[in-house]
Ligand binder design. Structure first.
Ligand code: ATP
Length: 393
């Protein structure tokens, strides 16, 4: 019963802004591990329980949900995008350097493959070579995301993702290894391979622990949230907001290392621009200030981390049965979501969730503060995550 996603719900910027309040969903049968997966024709679907949860790209006005809006203008021209890509990607055919083993996953922008490195590519700078030898050598497994650039509606998100990943070396961030422009149109991004898959896979594929609709115990949740929080603090210290924290974007390896991925929607705060206001993220995980188009900062990730905590406790985020527009409305009006079975939970986890899911941003904890929270005292060791990592076998 591995990673069977019965349907995929895809909220698209332009559709969210359509004259109808009905969002448009995209059906996409999961055909892992076939490398020939194609995206099925678009058609409206009823929201489904395990419907994930595609991020919204930048949307300037949430009032736009009832108005016709054009997709936002790309922030970079094609020439600028290629120029940026050329600074981070090698102009080489990577095929001789990797044995492709199998398809590991399918994203909106491309397919991810498990591969084995045959050798390091030539043309690496001394610094890159040092880094690479430390991180990945001949024989190592790697993940390769292959993307056809001409098929990407938002190429700047891909550039953004590579730049953030390349510049964010941390034990709780998926390591970027190198990128190749095989041709002008064919981009391969090589990353460390996370054999355990995503936290969503774990939540959806492990047997429930009995009391709740979740396979995870509170000590396991504390461990995963703490590790994610370390990765987030690292990003926040660099003034980067992730803006799409959810279980799909947290990957695990067989040693129970927990790493954040998917940096396409990251935003860098600067002295000149210390807040953001665009609606970016995946509806069910969005903080109220994002939904309401207020100015926001890195604390939106703390809200999403709290929602991810609820996913681990209850199997899914609040309002997942609602369509995304209704969910946005409920987030904006209900404030802190209610837990389904608070009586079964420890005081520590409830207190932890309440400081993450605090509507008033002034009272919402920072990642630095969260790392001192007593909830993390109950975190298990990595060895206690092993049973959760066997879902693929
Ligand atoms: P996109 O970023 O294209 O919008 P996405 O966020 O849905 O798409 P991808 O990042 O492309 O997803 O990943 C697709 C799937 O591939 C993931 O769900 C995950 O299972 C797998 N995957 C991604 N990166 C890795 C990795 N480094 N190691 C192992 N598996 C990975």
């Amino acid at each position: 019963p591995s990673a069977v996603r019965t349907a995929q719900k895809n909220v698209q910027t332009s559709n969210l802004g359509s004259s109808s309040t009905q969002a448009h969903y995209e059906r996409s049968e999961d055909q892992r591990p076939s490398p020939t997966t194609h995206r099925a024709e678009q058609q409206p679907l009823q929201p489904l329980r395990q419907a994930p949860k595609k991020p919204l790209t930048e949307q300037k006005s949430h009032a736009g949900v009832t108005k016709q809006r054009k997709p936002t203008k790309p922030s970079m021209s094609n020439a600028e995008i290629m120029a940026k890509l050329n600074t981070v990607a090698l102009n080489l055919d990577p095929s001789p350097y990797f044995n492709m083993i199998e398809k590991a996953g399918q994203g909106a922008s491309g397919s991810v493959y498990l591969a084995q490195r045959i050798m390091l590519p030539p043309k690496l700078t001394e610094e890159e070579l040092d880094n690479n030898q430390e991180r990945s050598q001949a024989g190592d497994k790697v993940a390769i995301k292959q993307m056809i650039l001409s098929k990407q509606p938002r190429k700047e998100l891909i550039v953004n993702e590579i730049l953030v990943m390349k510049d964010s070396r941390h034990k709780n961030i998926v390591n970027f290894l190198e990128a190749y422009l095989k041709t002008e149109d064919d981009l391969w991004v090589v990353m460390e391979f996370m054999e355990g898959g995503s936290l969503t896979d774990i939540i959806e594929n492990s047997p429930s622990n009995g009391s709740m609709n979740s396979p995870l115990t509170e000590p396991q949740i504390a461990y995963i949230v703490r590790e994610t929080c370390h990765g987030l603090r690292f990003l926040h210290d660099k003034n980067i907001i992730h803006r799409d924290i959810k279980s799909d974007n947290v990957l695990l390896d067989t040693r129970a290392r927990v790493k954040i991925t998917d940096f396409g929607f990251c935003a860098k705060l600067t002295d000149k621009r210390s807040k953001r206001a665009t609606m970016v993220g995946t509806p069910y995980w969005m903080a109220p200030e994002v939904v309401k188009q207020r100015e926001y900062d890195e604390k939106v990730d703390v809200w999403s981390l709290g929602i991810m905590g609820i996913e681990m406790l209850e199997g899914e985020p609040p309002y997942l049965n609602e369509d995304p527009l209704k969910a946005l409305y409920l987030i904006a009006t209900n404030g802190t979501p209610k837990l389904k079975h608070p009586e079964t939970l420890s005081l520590e986890i409830k207190r932890f969730l309440s400081v993450c899911l605090c509507v008033d941003v002034r009272y919402r904890a920072s990642t630095e503060e969260l790392l001192h929270h007593t909830f993390f005292n109950m975190a298990c060791g990595p060895e206690d995550l092993t049973p959760l990592l066997s879902w693929k076998k």
